[in-house]
Structure formats: structure tokens, C-alpha cells
Write a protein that binds this ligand. Sequence first.
Ligand SMILES: [Zn+2]
Ligand SMILES: [Zn+2]
Length: 331
Amino acid sequence: MHLIQAGIDLFATVQGWLFETLVQPLVFALGLGEFVEEAFTGTEWVLVGICELVVLFIILRPLEAMIPVHAITDKRARWTDFIYTVLYRLGAFSLLAFFLLDPLMSYLSETLHWEGWGTFNLDDLWPGVTDQALVSFLLYFVVLDFFEYWYHRAQHGWRWLWALHSLHHSQENMNLWSDDRNHLLDGLVHDLLFGFLALAIGVQPGQYILLISVSRMLQSLQHANVRIHFGRIGEYLLVSPRFHRMHHAIGIGHESRGKGSLGGHNFGVLLPIWDVLFRTTHFTKGFAMTGVRDQLPPPAGKARNYGRGFWAQQWLGFKRIVEFTRKAKRS
Ligand SMILES: [Zn+2]
Ligand SMILES: [Zn+2]
């Protein structure tokens, strides 16, 4: 416990120092003094992101070298994933979502005249029990994960969202950075939706950052190129690298459940329980190869190109939206 407290204290000291010597002067120099409070929160997000990157590099990178599922054949594709991770984890994105969300929330509460908006807290459910720090954390963890499961189902079921999410699945060399390989529009929609949801159910800002950070670390582990599973019982408790790899399995694990598709499995983001309840689990002992079916050469696929670099991937994502929604109109 002393160690945790020491870590928290050190974090606060570094955050304060960074804010005072760098961020605050910069904010005022740019004439953005009114946003000084937001800048302090932003500093926290960036620092948490840096800590995550360091931990991932120290723990997961050596594990990938020791117990890989496969050899990395495309180092550039992995490098592009790393760029996504830096972009998303250093908070640029969460910050953008926050700035968009803040005025949106005030606008909504004003126009809809929501009385007492912002005072609802799900953890008030059972005073003395659910409002204890750990119980409250777990409660929000489970509730947000339930919505994550359904958002993920939508990413596979709705054509325009699949047009974007397929980028995440197009990585054939899945690795510890692949969790963040997401189209920017997909990321923005997701972050806005979950930021809104978190505010609506009463997650406190400090708690939200912790929930996001824990979730991101677990998701990095799930995507890592490591032969790890959590054992007979553990596989039901937390999404493991083996469980999530099955979701990425080419032609088996995902793709919408519509006509001619092979169905989808293992949509759970952190907890496999939702897949068990909604009958979408596929427990397997193997470590599957990953990718999207239409990447394969004909006749199995269409040799679709998802792009190599960051900008190509973003551009092709927008093009797929047009293509997929047009196809929907025709059929
Ligand atoms: Zn997916
Ligand atoms: Zn994934």
C-alpha cells in the first residue's frame, strides 16, 4: 500500500511540475487562459499515457520475444500501429472528445431542461456498499463493459461502422500496439459515446481516467503476439490474448452476421460473460491467424487493400463507407 501511495504522490508531483513549468505558460502564451483547468486535466491524460507506453514496452515487448504466436513478417505494419498508440494514448484524442463533449453536454442540459443533470450517480445504488472506492470502480467497470460489448457488436453489424472497424481487423501481424489501430472517426464516435455515457451514470473524472487506463492496458495485452490464456476458469473471467485472437481469426472470428457471412464470436471487450450470455463465445485451444476475409486473394477474398501507412488507412476507411453503404442500398 505504501508503494502505491508513493507512486500516486510521485505522479502528482510530476504532473504539477510539468503543468507549472511547461503547460501553463504555453496556455497563457497562446491566449487560452480560460482553458487552464482543462489543460491541467489534459496534462494528467498525457502523463497516464506515457506511463502506459513505458509499462507496455517493459513487460509486453519481452513477452512477445519469448512466447510469440508467429514471427512478425511486416515490421512497417507494426510501426504504423505504434503511431496509432502514441496518438491515442497521449491523450490528443480524449482531449478532443472532451472539448467537444463539454459544450455539447451544457447545450443538451439547457435545451432539454434536465433538472438535476449531473447529480445522478449509479454508485449511490446501495449507500455504504456501492459507493466504496473499489466497489464503485468495479460497478462502473462492468456497466461500461456491457455497453462496450454492444458497441462492438454494432461495429460488426452496421455497414458504415464495419467499414471503419475493418481497419482494426486488417492487421495480419497482430501485436501489442494493434489495439489502437482504429479509424479516427471510429475512435471519435466511440470516445464521445462513452464519455457521454460515463458522465450520465455519474463516473467521476478521476475515476474515468483510471477506468480508461486499466481498460487500455488489458486491451494491449489481448492484442499482443503472445501465447497466453488464462486457464479453464480464467478464460470466463477476463478476455485473454487467446480469446481475443479468436475474434480476429480470419473468416471465423468476426464479420457481420448477415447473409453469406460466417458469423461472429468473442465480441467482449474486457469480460467474456457478455459473449456467454448472448451466445457468441468460441473458446478454442488454438492461436489463430488474423485478418479480414476480403484481404485474401480471389477466389476466397477480393485482395482488398486496407492501406500501409496511416493516411492511406484513414482515406481508404472513408472510401469503404461510401462503397459499403451504396452496396446496402442496391441489395
Ligand atoms: Zn471486432
Ligand atoms: Zn481487437
